[in-house]
Structures are given as C-alpha cells and as structure tokens.
Design a protein around this ligand. Sequence first.
Ligand SMILES: *[C@@H]1O[C@H](CO)[C@@H](O)[C@H](O)[C@H]1NC(C)=O
Ligand SMILES: *[C@@H]1O[C@H](CO)[C@@H](O)[C@H](O)[C@H]1NC(C)=O
Ligand SMILES: *[C@@H]1O[C@H](CO)[C@@H](O)[C@H](O)[C@H]1NC(C)=O
Length: 537
Amino acid sequence: MFVFRVLLISVLMLVAESTKRKSSNIVLIVADDLGWNDISFHGSNQILTPNIDLLSLSGKGLGRYYSHCICTPSRSALMTGKYAHRIGMQGFPLSNSEDRGLPTNEKILPQYLKELGYSTHLVGKWHIGESRTEFLPTERGFDSHFGHRGGFLDYYEYTLDEKWATGTVTGYGLFKNKTAAWGVEGYLTDVYTEEAKKVIKNHDKKKPLFLMLAHNAPHSANEPAIVQAPPEDVRAMKHVEKTGRRIFAAMMKKLDDGIGEVVEALHNKGILDNTVIVFIADNGGMTSGFKMNYASNWPLRGLKMTPFEGGVRVPGLIWSQDFKTPQNLWNGYIHVTDWLPIFMNIAGAAPPNNISGIDLWNSIKANEDSSRQEMYEIDDRTGFASVIYGDFKLVTGHVTEEYSDYEGGDLRGIIGEPPSYNDAIEKSKVYGVLRKIGKPVKKIDYNLRKQIEVKCDRKDTDEICYPNKDKICLYNIKEDPCETRDVSKENPDIVVNMLQLLKVELTKTVPRTDPPLASDPRSLPSLHNNTWDTFID
Ligand SMILES: *[C@@H]1O[C@H](CO)[C@@H](O)[C@H](O)[C@H]1NC(C)=O
Ligand SMILES: *[C@@H]1O[C@H](CO)[C@@H](O)[C@H](O)[C@H]1NC(C)=O
Ligand SMILES: *[C@@H]1O[C@H](CO)[C@@H](O)[C@H](O)[C@H]1NC(C)=O
C-alpha cells in the first residue's frame, strides 16, 4: 500500500511537471515613425515588406492596433502597461538635453519578466530617460542594452543633432550598457540586426528570452540627410517616383530584411517553436514638418503627434507557430498598453493590477472579439483629449492643424511596373523558414491583404471637422475610417457619454512636469567626450 502511494504521488508529480507551462520566448520588434501605408501588408505594392507580411499572414495581422501618437508616450505605455497621461509621460517627446524620465517608481516590463526568470535584452531605441543613470535600461530590468537612448540617430555616424538657442549641438549617441559604443561601423539597421542575432545566438536556452529590438528605422536622421540607406538598396527602388520616398523605401527594405534574419536566427537556434514574435510601430508616420521622414499614413487622416487615425492606428502583428489557422486578421481593438499583460500571460504569470492594459492573449489565440472597448489619447501640452469608444472617436481641444490633414497621397507614385509581390515573398527569409517548419506556405492567401486595406470615399470638397477649444468632432471610425465626417449633431447621446468618459479620464491624468531647462547646459556633448551621456548623477 505504502509503495503504491509513493508510486502514485511520483506519477502525479511527473504529470504536474510536464504540464507546467514552459514560458515562451518573446521577441518584440518596434519600428519608429512607420505609417499605415508603408508596408505591403496593408495593400500597397510600392514598398514590399515580404517578411513582415508573411509573419502577419501566417500569424495574426492586427487590423486595429492603436498606439500613442508620439515616441516617448508610446514607449512609456509599452513598458508600464499604463496610458502615458497616467504617469505624466504624455505629449512632446524627450530631448537628449532634458532632465526627465519615466518615473523610477514605475515597475516596467523587463523587471516583471526578469522576476519570472527571463533574460532581458534591449537592442536599439530607449527614449524614456537618459539624463541620470537611474533612468537607463540596464538599471530598469534589462540585462543588456546596445543602442540609442534618445529619439533617433544618424544611420552611419550615430550622432544626434539638437537645435539649441545657441545653435546646433551634435553628440554621439550609440551606447553599450552604460558607456559609449566606439568602433562600431555600418548602416544602423544592419548593426541592430546583427546585435539582435548575437543576443539570440548567445542565449542560454535554459532560460526564456525577452528580446526587444527597437529599430531606429524608418525614423528621420539629422538634417539635411534626413533619410539614409545604402546606395545599392536605393538603386533597387527605381520604381518609386519621388526621391525622398525612394530612399525611405530602401530604409524599409533593410528593416524588413533584418526582421527576416532575426526569424531565421531564432529558427537556427532551435527556439522559434517556443517564441512569440510581435512587430509594431510606435506611432504613425511623419510625412511633413518636424522630423519628417517621407512615411505615409495614407489614406488615414493626420500624422504623428495627432490623435487622428494616421497618428495612432498603426501597423502591428503577432506571430506564434502555434496559431492553428494558416492565415488570419485580428480586427479587435488592441492598444500599446495591452502588451504588458499579454506578455505576462505568455510568461505564465498574472498581470499586475492598476494598469490600463488588458490581457487579450486568449481572445487573439481563439479568434474571439476583443474585450477592449475604449482608448484614450490625451496631450495636455498640445491641448487635446480624445477617446475611442466602440465605433466612435471623439476629439476635443487644440490639435496641430498642419499635421491633421490627409498627406502622403502624392508619395504613392510608381514608375513602370512595381516589383512582383510573389517573387519578393518567395525570396524572403521568413518564407524559407516557414517552409522548413512545415507551414503550408503555398496555401497562404495573399489576398487577405485586401481585407485590411482602408478605402475612403473622401472628396476634396468635403468639409473636414477640426476640433478646437469651442468645438468637438465625432467620427464613426468603423464606417468612416478616414475621419471625414463629423457626426456629433446626429448622435447627441453618444457625445454626452463620450465627454463623460473623457471627463473621468482627465481626472486621472498626471500633469507633465517639464524640467526647468529644455536644453540643459550640463548635457553639452563637449563636456562628455562629445557624447550624449548622462549628465546628472
Ligand atoms: C495606480 O496608479 C496610479 C497612477 O497611474 C497611482 O496614482 C495610484 O496610486 C496607483 N494605485 C495603486 C493602488 O497602486
Ligand atoms: C551589459 O552588461 C552585462 C552585465 O551587466 C553584460 O553581460 C553584457 O554583455 C553587457 N552588454 C553589452 C552590450 O556590453
Ligand atoms: C573619447 O572619444 C573617442 C572617439 O572620439 C574615443 O576613441 C575615446 O575612447 C573616448 N574616450 C573615453 C575616455 O571614452
């Protein structure tokens, strides 16, 4: 009897051990200032992104993925699972010379994952604090950081220019953990791809891996060379009519190729089958004006830094080898704050309380509707507040009008025939990997792209609603994804309800605390061996 019981207990323990979930690896790839119309998955053949498209087609392309409309807020939300305005990180992005950062009492994603046994690595952009050592990624849960701490870098010199009242200030911005990374050479997108591959290759498989690869691409670089790509890649984009857009297209090719290489590296390491891959943009593209990069949110309205769809409805996808259906779109609402609870679920843990994010992992896997109903975009410095609830979006306050129009239409020009989509797909690294792991690549329906494509019946004579301090605008973003018609008069009850939602959310808003100095002289690169290093310790 005793022997039998011991045996039974050991068998039960064995079963428990084998059913205990093994935490999956998480690879989170972030593109910078990437617009809706800058990937071929959204329907255009002007810029082919076969690796991104195939991950969407064999995973889940996210048709209604929303982010904050600016880098620093969206990265703050990504790291904390909280709306940027709930932690005072909303609005205009951080400069390198500003003493401000994500509050250090916030526990962030790599800290949670590290506690769960993950090794945690950041390759690329940070942009949520760099004036003090305590703000740096390696002080906040990342085992390693290789990349830039500020908004962007020159793709070859790795410098960032700031315009101060005294003139333009230049500094070197590429770091390895806490010190400047000297001796690096090459095109920055390639440099980051190689570094990400190195992290994967050197990873100890006994632990789960969290790799965040936050590319500089396709963000603009310093003036006047605002878009940069290797000449041979630009030459390969002869079909793109406008010169700036042609260089941008080459930047996208390098980004997409790099993603293919990362997927291949995961396969070669033998961990792809237990890895969830997410690819997102941090906010919409900047077609003109401040830090313009020739990105295009067409046909969506508005640019980065606005609450219109072009600023917030951005490319996104999630991929896992376990997704059963060969191809899918997931059209539910999903917000940048949702990644933290989703990743916690994937890691096998419960998400923290008191965050804005919702764990949508099971709904996404099962192709169920999203439980997310509402999303807020609040920028008390520019002076707007907007809410999406169900089919509707309400925008109030002051928006930057010059960034609130329909741009990028003129960037679509093609000379002659664009390159073949199918050829690009079949030559891509992800295609090769999918074949090797037995995915039915031949059965993938590329026409799924047409389902996600946004079409608008906008006429240039339409009267567009611009909100201001006396005027609200209400759009039905499901029927009118281009926000051309104000429907506030027809829907007074919806207006009242949504204003009430905003009123409540505004009471939870933590005001931005700007430092007394915008261009703090202590940050001057010439005081730090010409680098943008920490300057207060
Ligand atoms: C929840 O978060 C808010 C800021 O987003 C903070 O003010 C509040 O103290 C937090 N509450 C708890 C119980 O942690
Ligand atoms: C960063 O520091 C860690 C140890 O704290 C080290 O293992 C890692 O190699 C460093 N990374 C880089 C890129 O230097
Ligand atoms: C200062 O910068 C140069 C490159 O300009 C570099 O070679 C050198 O190692 C740096 N010195 C220190 C102390 O970091």
